[in-house]
Design a protein around this ligand. Structure first.
Ligand SMILES: Nc1ncnc2c1ncn2[C@@H]1O[C@H](COP(=O)(O)OP(=O)(O)OP(=O)(O)O)[C@@H](O)[C@H]1O
Ligand SMILES: [Mg+2]
Length: 420
């Protein structure tokens, strides 16, 4: 089935190439005659030329609201300054961190800029008009960085709509995105595949928290959030009273089950993965430097560390890449990360968070199949940081991810095509 689909897309792509080759052949006097014959006006002919020469890439994204677009106002503002503004909590909302996962204008601009070297980019904001816009645009494929808004399947909405319309898209499919977003379901899948992860349970009520039999300390976090949402220094619970209080707060705020798992006290790493099948590789491992946190803060990369303590004026020097790590442990960390990538059926790219248990064994904390990709190096975004350590610029990272997706979809390399 997958092969048949790849064949169809390959055929469509080849038609595009054949059309553009035919166009090159007819460039010249007869060419302009032919174009005018195919298109009823010179203007239409111009569109015909552009459309048939490049791959059309739909860029699906969710834009953080209430942030001035980079197309308005002072363009000289540094991306980090505007990023910091947009990170402010929204005290007007019941969930002040509601939009933490969405992208800032600087990120969307940067991704668009990188992709435009590969083809014609069509911006498709993943709002209520996304399905209609997608039908109208019908790009050759969608480069998906949209996190979605509503419900436990929000990350799968854009890819599911693409599938409904038979439009290929980058990154993982709705099943994998849904599995990875639900940290409980993800851990069940990891356990089934023998990939190490901390013992856990799902708490649906305060009573579940009171009845926990796992040994303390424990860690409590919402089952269905990312970007540090609901993860705070209070997630580390040293006794039952703290756990019941924290689980209660999380249930009330996020209205979803809470993952209660063994606290992993060891070193933390994150691994950026690119590729598919046998051609899957890890970028240099990123390590956390807990000594960079404010004095007395527990070693947790949660909401405070991500969005409050790390600011452009007082950046936290929290990451090192490549991590200071023994070769053996680095091999183990990469093997665990790749095991998680495969267990959940990830595609094209993913960042896997890993932390060592009390005995120093790496355990999967969670997977990010729609990884954060903030372009400004001062923003401490781990995937671009790992790419830089591998000698890959931001543009090269985005273009490589798009190329990996397009090769999976069509069997053709976009990078080779533009280089030719
Ligand atoms: N079981 C655990 N033991 C120790 N620390 C943990 C545990 N689970 C999470 N953490 C800490 O909390 C941080 C955030 O957890 P997690 O990665 O699950 O949240 P997230 O919001 O999905 O992250 P991201 O920003 O990567 O999307 C981890 O990076 C780690 O520092
Ligand atoms: Mg994480």
């Amino acid at each position: 089935m997958e092969e048949a689909k790849a064949e169809i897309h390959r055929t469509n792509f080849e038609k595009t190439i054949v059309r553009s080759e035919a166009f090159s052949y007819f460039r010249g006097a007869q060419g302009s005659f032919l174009l005018h014959w195919l298109a009823s006006s010179p203007l239409e002919a111009a569109f015909f030329v552009e459309d048939h020469l490049s791959v059309r890439i739909g860029l699906a994204f969710n834009l953080k609201p209430n942030v001035p677009s980079s197309t308005e106002g002072d363009k000289s503002t540094s991306p980090s300054t505007s990023a910091a503004d947009s990170r402010n909590l929204r005290p007007d909302l019941e969930q002040p961190d509601l939009y933490a996962e969405w992208d800032e204008p600087a990120t969307i601009d940067a991704v668009e800029h990188a992709l435009s070297a590969l083809g014609k980019v069509i911006r498709l904001e993943a709002d209520a008009t996304f399905p209609a816009k997608l039908v109208k645009a019908r790009p050759d494929f969608v480069f998906n960085i949209a996190e979605g808004l509503y419900g436990p399947n929000r990350e799968g909405h854009v890819p599911a709509i693409c599938e409904f319309l038979d439009i290929p898209y980058s990154a993982s499919d709705p099943l994998t995105l849904g599995l990875a977003l639900h940290k409980g379901r993800a851990k069940e899948t990891l356990v089934f595949h023998g990939v190490p992860t901390a013992p856990f349970l799902l708490a649906h009520s305060r009573k579940d928290a009171r009845n926990v039999t796992l040994p303390f300390p424990l860690f409590a976090k919402p089952a269905l959030e990312g970007s540090g949402k609901g993860i705070s220094v209070r997630s580390l619970c040293k006794n039952r009273a703290q756990l019941v209080a924290r689980v209660g707060e999380l249930l009330d705020t996020y209205k979803q089950p809470v993952v209660v798992e063994t606290y992993l006290p060891g070193a933390e790493y994150t691994v950026a993965i690119l590729g598919n099948d046998t051609d899957t590789r890890c970028l240099p491992v990123v390590g956390m430097r807990w000594d960079a946190l404010p004095e007395g803060a527990p070693p947790i990369y949660g909401y405070e560390a991500k969005w409050l303590w790390d600011s452009p004026d007082r950046p936290l020097d929290l990451f090192e890449c490549p991590a200071t790590i023994s070769d053996n442990l680095a091999d183990e960390v990469r093997a665990v990360a790749l095991g998680a990538f495969r267990a959940l059926g990830c595609r094209d790219w993913c960042r896997v968070d890993i932390r060592c248990d009390a005995s120093g064994h790496p355990m999967v904390v969670e997977l990010n199949p729609l990884p954060g990709i903030l372009p400004d190096p001062r923003d401490n975004s781990c995937f671009p940081k790992a790419a830089r350590a591998a000698g890959m610029s931001y543009d090269a990272l985005i273009q490589t991810a798009a190329d990996i997706a397009w090769r999976r979809i069509s069997g053709q390399s976009l990078l080779k095509r533009v280089a030719a």
